[in-house]
Design a protein around this ligand. Structure first.
Ligand code: SF4
Length: 323
């Protein structure tokens, strides 16, 4: 990524009030992240790590508590007219096509909805046909009058993607885009996202808990733990030679992993109780095994947070041992 990023987040924090007297939850806690034009970035982490909140913030659905989002060089404004125009350029693709589609709407109506919301001035039928075609539903007219229950899971997800494409966005934010699909159609949907990047120059951020999916689709990966990016870089570099112990643990449980599975011990992440020092230290195998101690960084692990990663395309890791 040598040209300026299409989307850039800088110093992003999103804090929610604590429930029943609990401290505030720092769901996103100091994130810098860039997405280049024509680039697919996978945002990876366990459930509850803040990746969905970060995605919603980048979409303008959640205003950051502090920090800023810049798109095509312009700061994102949260005034309603500016947001409406932004949401045309940055489209969300949700995980469960059955939940995203109204069962009473035909495919045509589902795809045309965005055009109507945004007052599309051109030929609606032509735009719907073109979007269905780009999403791989061809010939598009054959799908116009079908209802979601008459389609396969893969076809439903293509309709959801067509509904995003119909507005000619520059960036898709896809939240677990294949999690609800059979293994047999996952590959088709991932191939579709890759062809949209290659043929239309579309950028995407794919939010997933699955590093294997990141490997199949992303140019770059950002691994998130407890509200913060802890490792980022080109996908081959991060996934073939992971440095952060958390990334290593996530990779070790993939079926094709050459290393023994690392079982994460300790409490699962709680964004209202972020530990002192490295936020991963209570679960870190490098600290538990004595490796950090032998390297002379164990006190830092327990007492000093590793530096926040900056945006950009290069490989970076937030770890006293491996940074
Ligand atoms: Fe583990 Fe220390 Fe690195 Fe944190 S900073 S991941 S505790 S080695």
């Amino acid at each position: 990524m040598t040209s300026p990023p299409l989307l850039s987040a800088a110093g992003l924090n999103v804090t929610f009030p604590g429930r029943r007297g609990a401290p505030p939850a720092r769901a996103v806690d100091g994130v810098d992240l860039d997405i280049g034009a024509g680039e697919i970035v996978a945002l990876v982490g366990e459930s509850g790590c803040g990746k969905t909140t970060l995605a919603r913030t980048l979409l303008g659905l959640v205003p950051p508590t502090t920090g800023r989002v810049t798109f095509a060089g312009e700061p994102l404004s949260y005034r309603s007219r500016a947001l409406k125009s932004y949401r045309k350029r940055v489209q969300l693709v949700l995980q469960d096509p059955s939940g995203s589609l109204n069962p009473r709407h035909t495919v045509y109506e589902a795809v045309a909805e965005g055009l109507r919301i945004h007052g599309h001035p051109g030929d609606e039928r032509e735009a719907v046909a073109s979007a269905l075609s780009r999403a791989g539903l061809r010939p598009p007219e054959r799908f116009f009058l079908r209802y979601p229950h008459e389609l396969s899971g893969g076809q439903r997800q293509r309709v959801v993607i067509a509904g995003a494409l119909v507005l000619d966005p520059e960036l898709l934010v896809a939240d677990e885009p294949v999690a609800s699909l059979d293994a047999s159609v996952r590959g088709e949907i991932l191939a579709l996202l890759l062809s949209l990047r290659d043929e239309l120059g579309l950028s995407a951020m794919v939010v997933t808990h699955d590093l294997g999916l990141a490997w199949n689709i992303a140019d770059r990966v950002a691994v998130m733990y407890l509200g913060r990016i802890v490792e980022t870089g080109p996908v081959e570099e991060v996934l073939t030679a992971p440095r952060h112990p958390y990334t290593q643990a996530l990779l070790s449980v993939l079926p094709e992993s050459p290393t023994a599975p690392v079982v994460l011990t300790g409490e699962p992440p709680d964004p209202s109780r972020i530990p002192a020092g490295c936020r991963f230290h209570a679960r870190c195998q490098a600290l538990a095994s004595g490796e950090a101690d032998r390297a002379g960084v164990a006190d830092s692990c327990r007492g000093t947070p590793p530096a926040v990663l900056t945006g950009g395309a290069g490989a970076q890791v937030a770890c006293h041992l491996r940074g």
